[in-house]
Design a protein around this ligand. Sequence first.
Ligand code: BES
Ligand code: ZN
Length: 454
Amino acid sequence: MKALYYAQANQDKFLAELKEFLTIPSVSTQPEHKPDIERAAAWLWDKLLTAGFPKAEVMPTPGHPVIYAEWLAAGAEAPTVLIYGHYDVQPPDPLEMWDTPPFEPTIVGDDLFCRGASDDKGQLYVHVKAVEAFKETAGAPPINIKCIFEGEEESGSPSLNPFIREHTGMLAADVAVISDTSILGKELPSIVYALRGIAYVEVEVTGPDHDLHSGSYGGAVHNPINALCAMIARLQDEDGRITIPGFYDKVRELDPEERAELAKAPFEREAWLHEAGVKTDWGEPAYTIVERTTARPTLDVNGIWGGYIQPGAKTVLPSKAFAKISMRLVPDQEPAEITQLIRNHLTEIAPPTVSVEVRDLHGGDGAIVRRDSPAMKAAFRAYAEAFGKEPVFIREGGSIPVVAAFQKVLGIETILMGFGLPDDRLHAPNEKFHLPNFYKGIETVLHFMDFLGE
Ligand code: BES
Ligand code: ZN
């Protein structure tokens, strides 16, 4: 396949472009970055046209724009693949923990460090360059291709579901492909077949209606931060089991076959502890680490604040306390239901001294995809070709809610064709993308499209 040679010969050019893409701080959750989001969208649109897409559009939504492109070069008989990716990134905080500036792409050895390098600009760009390689060598890709790239994934995709529902005809395809997950290791290709869902809430606890001197009032006025901490402490037992009534009612339990299969994928506890930077693991003793991080639901406080947090000591009994709490969900838990359960429970366990408000920040469904489709077989063969080793099937603990939306609204399955590595530090300082995976990713996609077009 000539496209492979083009991709190999143009690695430096592809890398230079990716670095340009990465310098745009397209943080979706922070309003001050709206112009950067627009810039990233325009940049990507331009690259889609260069890659050969005869049609590419930046489409407005109530939030950040969706980029849609299509190249239906292979005719009605050939399959159509819908490629999804996101051009927005997580905030770079905490800034002081980065070894190099977060939006200055920096190469160290084989790794490219930058916010968004792996999640998801580098992985998204794999597809754009694969299409370009077909254009430059064969004139066009061997299958029909549609792209949908969103700018709100890292902030819960509020505009995406309505967009998909309004454009089912435009987005119609045989299968979707997403590169926004990781493989098990550099030499251990893997394909994700299950993702967790998420329910995300912000809790506001109010005590006195204004801040008080903690000497004058402490002891007789309940401190809302203390109250919030006590409430949070009651959400889980010592084994990490979540104590919200009804929380586990719909959890689909792992059957023995799947447990046996999950146990077969390579996993080294010591390496995992090292990568996570922890002394020991934690959580439900009846489940393995792999099961706990991919197939069991969780509850985590993502942030907690209130009162005085500047340098030095200030004596204050604050009026308010806040926490952001996320729950990773497994099939068949429903985000809206879980949000209602935690709201009811927090209201119920709040002491009479404070009032509680629970705000729904966002929710997304988990998903399990079919492993026996022709497209999955093509993906399997494509990894084997590009990595020289057959991939294994794994579950992932992160969330890509669009996978469930594609199933429900478009009626199509998704191939989670990830090229990240477990130590890419997604959402954290020093995020990186392993450059050999960038190039092998392009090769994998070229083989995948080639096999699908057979
Ligand atoms: N790339 C991740 C999803 C992911 C994370 C896959 C870890 C595999 C392992 C994606 O960009 C992401 O971070 N999604 C958010 C979704 C949320 C904001 C609805 C997540 O999982 O936190
Ligand atoms: Zn992410």
